[in-house]
Design a protein around this ligand. Sequence first.
Ligand code: NDP
Length: 342
Amino acid sequence: MKRIVLARRPTGAPVDEDFRLEEGPLPTPGDGEVLVRVHYMSLDPYMRGRMDDAKSYATPVPVDGTMEGGAVGEVIASNHPQFAPGDYAFGMFGWATHGVQPGNMIRKLDPSHGPITTALGVLGMPGFTGWFGLTEYGQPKQGETVVVAAATGPVGSMVGQIAKARGCRVVGVAGGPEKCAMAVDTFGFDECLDHRAYADGKEMRAALAEACPKGVDIYFENVAGKVLEGVLPLLNVGGRVPVCGMISWYNAGALGGNAGGEKDQLPKLWRTILVNRLHVHGFIISDHWNRYPEFLKEVGPMVGSGQVKFVEDIAEGLENAPRAFMGMLQGKNKGKQIVKVI
Ligand code: NDP
């Protein structure tokens, strides 16, 4: 089997030398375990956090350890009563051609329900994240205005489409005119702003103010940086901010300090939360898997009927996973970033 390991911890943005491709014997499944041949693996922004050894909500990947990640594939050997060779399953198999997991830690897929890749994106962890964060902490109501950045990714596009389905005005922020067109034409956003066109938070604010004439009721936080700076003064009283991610700072190091290089905004931020009685709610989706069946019940049929759209960006070959990952952190992906392993 082949796998990609963390060769060393990155400083700033990851580079080729931080990863290494290794070959070894096929793992053997133990009692209650299942061996899967991976067909597709997911690349997600959280993996950048796992490469650092800073204190976080999850343990870091050890140096020389297999890069962590979700994947889908075919069962080729099973010591678990609920899985048989030929079944398809989702599990945390890592950046590898094969993976072994306990049968109770993986989920069987029904390929007749649609492409198995959807278990990595629109109907997997990121889609669930967008649905859960928006509905639970955003509480969208008819006629409200929602802003979300990384608008064409699997989280942002789910947020936008569910908010539209609930009768909101939805303004996206994305990198480049092509992605902005995708947000509007494919995902049905009312408007989409290209963050690259604005030099700083002040310019972003002016553009957002124009796109959101009634202010902003929900800011779904995916990127932070200048989008956050621009949107903050536009939040209406009682506004909600589900804090999901802050990707513009992931490579900056020292998250929690003045990572984005913005001037010290802390007093202004804290005052805005007070004066506008904002509801700011951080969440980590792995705490909420008990809600996943509810998500599948609501959104599964919407995907099946084409009401909820999804776009996938599929890189070819495990050896190209690091490049695709580094590209995704810079916004080179168009839709959910996946790697076709076989
Ligand atoms: P995406 O597929 O949307 O990929 C990341 C995108 O972030 C890029 O394509 C790029 O889009 C955007 N981006 C990168 N750098 C910047 C920047 N400097 N400024 C603005 N945008 C930038 O990712 P996901 O949909 O998978 O994830 C979106 C967010 O949700 C991430 O922050 C992720 O960490 C978070 N998340 C949080 C979870 C939780 O449990 N809290 C679970 C899952 C995801 P563009 O080119 O359009 O700017």
